[in-house]
Design a protein around this ligand. Sequence first.
Ligand SMILES: [Fe+2]
Length: 233
Amino acid sequence: MLYDFHSHILPSVDDGSDSVEQSLKMLDILRDSGVDTVVATPHFYYSKIALDNFLTARDEAYDKLKEAMEGKEYPRILKGAEVLLTTDIPNMKDLESLCIENTSYILIELPYSYWSDWVYRALNDISLRGLKPIIAHIDRYTDASDRCIQRIFYLNCIIQLNVDSLTKLKTRRRALKYIKRGEIHILGSDTHDDLHRPPKFIEAMEILKKKFGTDIETMFEGNSLFVLNDEGY
Ligand SMILES: [Fe+2]
């Protein structure tokens, strides 16, 4: 069973799905890929939207989609957010409300480059607050050197990889290297629509199983349940 920890599947809340119909198409693909649960993680930008407004928009989109899903078999959707890390985030009031539903795990998007000490300090401060940061799409940062990943590890963060990094030739080698070294805990599609950025679990899992054997899925399943059950630290 597969778990998708990163998706822009809720309709009309960010640059992801633009309609309920499109969200349903994305859910069709996820179900046919063997995904049991998908975490809806719309972008949260502290400087652009008040938390209350974000939560209201997210919950309304979720309710609308749930209504359209009635009577058909789809993956379970959990509410979450993709929170862009800024210096304001560690001390933000009610940051807990952006965690993955019923857990203290929170998906954090790092700046794409120029990681300096404030990034590590902010992650540490989020942990000290009792939350468990998940680093979103580690494959997408230019600053994710081996040394930086080691530092993240020491800060009790867990790491999410986008599955499309395995399907693209340009990024595959790097993604496989991370997995080989045991640096990837959970997977996500980061899907934004059903055509240009669809969920690519089927192709990615084929590549992973060919390289590491069929047990690799069990490993990711175990890690995923660990997160969803809010275990760890
Ligand atoms: Fe994303």
